[in-house]
Design a protein around this ligand. Sequence first.
Ligand code: COA
Length: 197
Amino acid sequence: MIRKLFEWLGFAIPKDDEWQEPKGELIIRPMTYSDLDEVVRIERMCFGWGGWSKSAFASELKRGQKSCFMVASINGVLVGFAGWRQEGDEAHVANIAVHPNMRGRKIGELLLRAILEEAVRRGLNSSLLEVRKSNLIAQNLYCKYGYKVLTIRRAYYQFPIEDAIVMKLEDIKANLESVAPPQIKAKIIAPNQRLKG
Ligand SMILES: CC(C)(COP(=O)(O)OP(=O)(O)OC[C@H]1O[C@@H](n2cnc3c(N)ncnc32)[C@H](O)[C@@H]1OP(=O)(O)O)[C@@H](O)C(=O)NCCC(=O)NCCS
């Protein structure tokens, strides 16, 4: 009870001790403002105090067509998210995370694919991102999609301080076409579909 209060006040990193795995269809859809409490909860679990605040996510959503943030949800429970913002003619992947209890099931990969496909639809065909030097899992995911190391930014991250590897993906479209999509059932709702619906 006290722990939940501290979590709610932002003084404790959330933990899902009583996590019950959601069952049902995996849906990848655009992020909305009403997702942000759950998004920030996953963000805290994944990145601790170095993670983004609710207002940081809200500012990204306010960019409209200059950003694309999507979530993965199962039966109404948010299990991950990913997003980029447009910088020049590049999609800068600014955030990606999957709930710790839901990793290794291709949710991160589906999210990355979905946001990169949206970049191509919006006419952006290259992408940039930063990743912690020690984060080999995320680097594997990015390498799988053709990202290459561009440079190192010293002490880029805090909590704890660490170098960032800057990775760049040229020709998103060709790289997406060269990787077979994960063979898991999911419904992908692209941002333009939501606007029409
Ligand atoms: C990085 C992250 C989003 C990956 O999501 P995920 O759903 O667990 O990953 P997937 O199941 O979709 O795996 C896709 C690819 O990622 C890589 N990967 C995933 N788990 C891995 C592991 N345990 N070891 C090595 N590579 C791994 C592999 O390349 C994998 O492709 P493969 O299965 O064909 O080998 C997830 O680990 C996460 O949320 N991490 C914490 C937040 C974070 O570090 N974000 C990145 C910030 S730059």
